[in-house]
Design a protein around this ligand. Structure first.
Ligand SMILES: NC(=O)c1ccc[n+]([C@@H]2O[C@H](COP(=O)([O-])OP(=O)(O)OC[C@H]3O[C@@H](n4cnc5c(N)ncnc54)[C@H](O)[C@@H]3O)[C@@H](O)[C@H]2O)c1
Ligand SMILES: [Zn+2]
Length: 368
């Protein structure tokens, strides 16, 4: 899949066995470059040696292994990656390779974007979420005390290598979480893709031909994201559609304090997409029938779809509204939301009354 961004255009290569060809794939595009591999402690034992041995300098390639998890997207670890790149004496034309999920991709991409005013960057996404979403599009960054993803730069990769074999070692829960973002692309503007997912979900998760099917699902997801990014690289307009389900989802993640034992990002997005469709139905934009169909599909994939499925303390509508207000610009009591007219017909709604969202959440939580 090609991401068409003029002189910053790049390829997303998707398939089995790509990790073993990494050296020649990089050489074809960037020539003789030296690399720093950034990875985490869950991914390193499975793939770091293979990644290194595929590179020309092999064992001499610098690598840094960071703790796994969202807290790694921090100033401290950014500094560690910057130090590693500078200590390895990498130059601007050299490359930072992100080998891992979205956490590693966002952090390593940010470091690549600022070291020597912008080094080459290569994404080797190993989680499903990273293969279909975070590795494409050039948003990089870390979290601040004030909130998620608040510090960063746009820095497009020179190449994305999505080796579908790496999904074999991903936990079923993380696989399902990434799948929520795959479903998102169908819900945004592609009913036919959603129907294809309905027909193939069981095989995608387990079936014998899953490698082939997974490759196809990932390629269609990347193509959908690449189209939107090419049309609106810096999110002035249509790129906002990619946030379907994310306003509610981010509020739920915030409420759970990003505690992965309670809720991971894709799970928040799953509940959020159902809420966005139910809210759209309530506002008479969409039919309630779609809500049931989406819920059935996501539940069958092992994803939560309702607020009461979040373990532990339950949120109140007031608390969620506070998180929503933090996530969004609230202009005179109105919110910008991604709503829908049905599966595959999402749209940007610029003046959704905050009071309606509040009422809706209160009803959904049974506290109306
Ligand atoms: N830049 C963007 O456009 C964008 C888009 C969406 C999400 N994100 C960011 O991505 C992050 C979430 O990404 P994620 O879900 O990949 O999280 P993650 O990087 O934390 O990975 C999830 C877990 O899976 C492990 N893992 C990854 N690949 C593995 C493999 N092949 N085998 C075994 N374990 C593996 C990781 O170590 C981690 O424990 C968030 O920080 C989010 O903000 C960014
Ligand atoms: Zn997301």
């Amino acid at each position: 899949v090609r991401v068409e961004l003029g002189d910053r255009a790049y390829d997303i290569l998707i398939g089995s066995g790509l990790l073993d060809q990494i050296g020649s794939l990089i050489h074809d595009r960037l020539g003789d470059v030296r690399c720093l591999i950034v990875t985490d402690e869950n991914v390193a034992p499975h793939y770091l040696a293979r990644c290194k041995s595929g590179l020309p300098e092999g064992e001499k390639t610098a690598a840094i292994i960071l703790p796994a998890g969202e807290p790694t997207k921090s100033f401290d670890h950014l500094q560690n990656v910057v130090d590693a790149a500078l200590s390895a004496r990498l130059e601007r034309g050299d490359a930072v390779i992100a080998l891992g999920g979205g956490v590693i991709g966002d952090l390593a991409g940010f470091a690549a974007g600022i070291v020597r005013r912008g080094m080459k960057f290569i994404q080797v996404p190993t989680s499903l979420l990273a293969q279909v979403d975070s590795s494409v599009g050039g948003k990089t960054g870390i979290n601040a005390a004030q909130g998620k993803n608040l510090v960063g730069v746009f820095h497009q990769p020179a190449l994305v290598l999505a080796d579908t074999d790496t999904l074999e070692t991903l936990s079923p829960r993380e696989f399902a979480a990434g799948y929520a973002e795959v479903v998102k692309y169908g819900l945004i503007d592609d009913l036919e893709f959603f129907e294809w997912l309905e027909a193939n979900r069981a095989d995608l998760f387990s079936g014998a031909q899953s490698a082939q099917l997974r490759g196809e699902a990932i390629a269609r997801s990347c193509a959908a994201k690449a189209r939107v990014v090419a049309a609106d690289e810096r999110e002035g307009g249509v790129r906002a559609l990619l946030n379907l389900g994310h306003t509610f989802g981010h509020a739920l993640e915030g409420f759970c304090r990003y505690d992965a034992s309670r809720l991971v990002h894709g799970e928040g997005v799953s509940i959020g997409m159902v809420l966005a469709h139910r809210f759209s139905a309530r506002m008479n934009h969409a039919s309630p029938d779609d809500v049931g169909r989406i819920e059935a599909h996501l539940s069958a994939a092992g994803l939560p779809t309702r607020l009461d499925q979040i373990p532990g303390e339950k949120p109140t509508a007031e608390t969620l509204m506070e998180y929503i207000a933090q996530d969004k610009k609230v202009a005179r009591g109105a919110l910008t939301f991604i709503l829908t007219r049905g599966i595959g017909q999402a749209f940007i709604a610029k003046d959704v009354p905050a009071s309606e969202v509040h009422k809706f959440l209160a009803e959904d939580l049974g506290t109306a």
